[in-house]
Design a protein around this ligand. Structure first.
Ligand SMILES: [Zn+2]
Length: 490
């Protein structure tokens, strides 16, 4: 039987506020356990939480960027459950009145645009972290993370394949990073994803019974975990058994999902309105004002890159995937670089070097100006495109890293011109000099000369290659090509 997959994602995004959602404790990652806590976030009796205004603003920005409708009146609720990392015995979350609802975002898969609905976005606090080490009959609890603001972004069950799920996650991450409301770091847990998955016979309208898979913490695992779970469910159905509604845990080391517990229903959490926090009443004017402060979002930027700079869609897609990448590109264009040429250098050499270095574009030592100046040397004929690759790499490797105020450090600047001079890479465009080498190459390769004369014109490439080899890539290739043609045809 043919099956169709139905997937909905619940993404938890840690908001990049400086302080926690209901107290003034720092949200910094990686500090000593329990050094960023206070009576509010460790749940002492008698304390009162106060909402962090920034967290509300971040949730509103995310709702605006994902086409959501706003609840001008919303409130928090207590979600009750017992777990050692939850000091109060309940989590402050939002339940029946979330801040945002009914939005969508668009993904592109195989060139087709698809809308994925967003059911709701709500704010909540994170729990602490249990640490099981030391081998004793006890565990540790670190409450630094307790009270860190989260957004839960719940999608509609509109996703039909693991690839669509990955694209949705990527798109969401890009938007969150554009808005600077979440750093999107999956390794550090700032972006986590739970997936609801079911399969149904193709053509059937009703959804199948779903399983929730938790603990998916990288893009690679989104695809792997979903692939595994889909195959598992299809096998269960093909064997004539029934899918059980349950929560399953993704085990990345073994590449499988495992049953963790029966799926809870909402009533298991005994939700009720949080009595210690006042309702949130949002002013429409404030939402409108926030809207005008949003940066240009990736979809609009991509369209503009295509229409304004004439870039192919695939280039535009790549460049807008990270805002700093798009900014780097546009700065280069402003400095007079040809858009497509800059895009090519970024796609090829720049991203390759950053990748080898395990660096993001934000940590890129090179400035767009260094590339643009090098491109001018190519245009002037000082260096060939081939030599430029060497120059670019050298420039990348030698430019000091982690210098923020470069203007304060005179003499630091590693320019293409400097490298060309130092390494003697200036292109040989002197006819006499190239002619000597061309003659040498012709004398040394009589067999190839015969083949050329017999009509095998393509072999000219071999001769050009020999000239480039002897000059270590410095000969002007067009000149070498023309001289060779003249001499061989003579
Ligand atoms: Zn605190």
């Amino acid at each position: 039987m043919k099956y169709e997959t139905v997937i909905g994602l619940e993404v938890h995004a840690q908001m990049s506020t400086d302080t926690k959602i209901f107290c003034g404790c720092s949200t910094k990652f990686g500090s000593e356990p329990n050094t960023q806590t206070c009576p509010v976030c460790i749940g002492m009796p008698g304390v009162l939480p106060v909402l962090n205004r920034k967290a509300l603003e971040f949730a509103v920005k995310t709702g605006l960027a994902t086409n959501c409708k706003f609840s001008l009146y919303s409130r928090f609720a207590r979600k009750n459950y017992f777990y050692p990392d939850l000091p109060k015995g309940y989590q402050i979350s939002q339940y029946e009145l979330p801040i945002c609802e009914h939005g969508y975002l668009e993904i592109i898969v195989d060139g087709n645009t698809k809308k994925i609905g967003i059911t709701r976005i709500h704010m909540e606090e994170d729990a602490g972290k249990n640490i099981h080490e030391g081998g004793g009959s006890f565990s540790f609890v670190d409450l630094n993370r307790a009270g860190v603001p989260l957004m839960e972004i719940v999608s509609e069950p509109d996703i039909r394949s693991p690839r669509e799920a990955v694209e949705y996650m990527r798109k969401l991450r890009t938007i969150l990073r554009y808005l600077a409301v979440c750093d999107g770091n999956m390794e550090q847990g700032s972006l986590r994803c739970d997936a609801n998955i079911s399969v149904r016979p193709a053509g059937q309208k009703e959804f199948g019974t779903r399983a929730e898979v938790k603990n998916i913490n990288s893009f690679r695992f989104v695809e792997k975990a979903l692939d595994y779970e889909i195959k598992r469910q299809i096998k269960v159905l093909d064997d004539g058994r029934k899918i059980i509604q349950e929560t399953r845990l993704w085990d990345s080391s073994r590449g499988i999902t495992e049953s963790m517990r029966g799926k809870e229903e909402a009533h298991d959490y005994r939700y009720f309105p949080e009595p210690d926090l006042v309702p949130i009443i949002v002013d429409q004017k404030w939402i409108d004002g926030t809207k005008t402060s949003l940066p240009e979002l990736p979809d609009i930027k991509r369209e503009r890159f295509v229409s304004e700079y004439g870039l192919p869609e695939s280039d535009a897609d790549l460049l807008v995937s990270e805002k700093p990448l798009a900014d780097w590109f546009e700065e280069g264009v402003k400095l007079g670089g040809e858009p497509k040429v800059i895009a090519n250098w970024m796609k090829g050499d720049l991203l390759r070097l950053l990748n080898e270095d395990n660096k993001s574009i934000e940590e890129c030592p090179l400035e767009p100006k260094q590339l643009v100046d090098m491109l001018k040397l190519i245009d002037k004929g000082t260096i060939s495109g081939k030599i430029a690759k060497t120059v670019f790499e050298e420039m990348y490797k030698r430019t000091p890293k982690n210098i923020t105020v470069k203007a304060d450090l005179p003499g630091f600047e590693v320019t293409a011109e400097l490298i060309v001079k130092e390494k003697g890479l200036v292109q040989i465009s002197d006819t006499g000099e190239i002619e000597k080498i061309v003659d040498e190459v012709i004398t040394k390769n009589p067999k190839e000369v015969e083949r050329f004369k017999a009509g095998e014109e393509k072999i000219i490439g071999f001769f050009v290659g020999q000239v480039m080899k002897l000059t270590k890539g410095k000969a002007n290739p067009q000149m070498a090509n023309e001289l060779l043609k003249q001499k061989l045809s003579a």
